[in-house]
Design a protein around this ligand. Sequence first.
Ligand SMILES: [Zn+2]
Length: 678
Amino acid sequence: MKKFKALSVLLLLSMGILFNACNTGHQTPPLDRSNMEKSIDPGEDFFLFANGSWLEANPIPDDYSRYGAFEELRQASDEQLNSLVADISADKGAGQGSNRQKIRDLFNSAMDTLAIEEQGLSPLMPFLEKIDAISSKDELAEAFAYFHLRGTRPLFSLRAAQDRKNTEMNIANLGQGGLGMSDRDYYLKTDSRSKEIKAAYEHFMETIFILAGYSEEQAASARKKIMDLETRLAGASMTRLERRNPHATYNKMSEQELKDLAPGFNWEIYFAGLGIEPEDLNVSQPGFFREASATLEEFDLETWKTYLRWNLLRSSASFLTDDFDQAAFDFYGRVMSGSKSQRERWRRALGSVNRGMGEALGQEYVKRHFPPEAKDRMEDLVEHLRSAFSERIDQLAWMSEETKQQAHKKLASMNVKIGYPDKWTDYSNLQINDQPYVLNMMEASRFNTIRNLEKIGQPVDRDEWFMNPQTVNAYYSPTMNEIVFPAGILQPPFFFMDGDDAVNFGAIGMVIGHEMTHGFDDQGRQYAPDGNLRDWWTKNDATRFEELAEILVDQYNNYVLLDTLTINGKLSLGENIADLGGLTIAYQALQNKLEQDGRPELIDGYTPEQRFFLAYAQVWRNNIRDQELMRQINEGPHSPGEARVNGIVYNLEAFYQAFDIEETATRFIAPADRAEIW
Ligand SMILES: [Zn+2]
């Protein structure tokens, strides 16, 4: 739902005891030596050296496609949220219309499988009848608006976001979409894996139609029509790589220009259905909308109605009976990611509450689990990272003074948010009650979509957050020029309230540096200090940056993971730059801190530098299934955990020194061939 996306780091964490109000006193050591495999030479495979024993002892559970530190912490957070929801459910004082009543009813409607089985498809009948009754292309446009408001997204998406060239204001953004597979390439590529995925998708589609009452012939015919349509749309869609260019996806136009670009669609009826009157819009992929308009004219109304039914059933499947739910899991979980069984239902129900009314749950969560001292400690760490980054900028040999001044300005004006928002979302207009699960989820979509659409043409609210407080992740927003760290990530093994500096700088310090560096990666560097998409680089410096980035692109293009499978260096470039910069800056910050406070004694026999790199490697530990690895490489942008460690550390001289690694080591990179940007 919150599509704040691409730039945020997908952080892999580890469990340990979480600090919270009811901490039992048992502490996980900041660095877990029992995870290590000391028989491995750190110069040969640092990822395995730091994590080998853990990887061996923790095979992937059936209901996971990958399992690592992140999943462990997510599981532990789920337990906290579950006990919170249990208390909320038992609260007799949760008045009608209160957030607590809505959390309770949404969660319970997701858990009540008896009611869900008994209801069958009946909750969706009025919506299917609405589709049946469509008798013209104008009514189709009205139906698109109706379903876009309710979590079903045929053909394209529309949402409010900051105007990239006038970041004080929000603007309507039209984006390509309407595909049931998660990437256009799966429709178009002919390698065996893509063919396997496509066949499974077709099977999924027929299964869903048969469950909805179609005969086998009808289902096969519907499947064929939809595949023809979606394949056309896929062919007109921008690739993930093309979408990394923020200029290519910025095409501001008037409503009239949009009508001229895509005349096959009744935009007036559509906008009226959404209740908006956009003066101008950003059309992210004009080529896609031109082609979508052509398909609207070429494909007959019956095909579009079938496509609409498919979109409705597909987006609702997980909230319906077990048959529908399993069919969706078979494709999205089993085939795409290699999972063997569904996640426990209560965990998925919590996921629905997080998606539908995440800040309401988050508000309760931080009251119980986020100590105010953590915020102070974090603010201190962020300022250490900011000064270290500033020093690094001064030291850059490749950048001119002129560009450095601008870089300093951008770094100094970068806003920081920690823990949870100052101002909470008001859920009074959200109508959650004891109705069927699928209807509660549609209502949550309607509420959240309208909340977003109301921002069109309005000034930007700088207090807004695009992640829930309980989320175990962090993000950088280029248009806000801000870094955001939800309470969920401020726990071990990222953040240790009482841990030593070496470990905190290697874990959460690196995360802070990573997010800061996103402001200076191949995409982020194109945005000015005020968040506007505006070039602040001299031509020469921009060229030097691209040459340096190319070294990292080449390194990752040659990083072999599975047989001949390699990472896409260009698609993952922003994340890899952020990892390299983040680790470099965090290391500098640690050195500054050690100089200021004096060097501590060895802990467990390790120097602060060794503990710093080990803490970094340990947060990225995970085992991953082959299917999920392939999916992650195709869809990016993050490199797999192993490559986030081994792809980065061998570029750092400080790493070689910390572990006394010789030039003869397997992974040794000659100084001239190392990547170094920030
Ligand atoms: Zn990132």
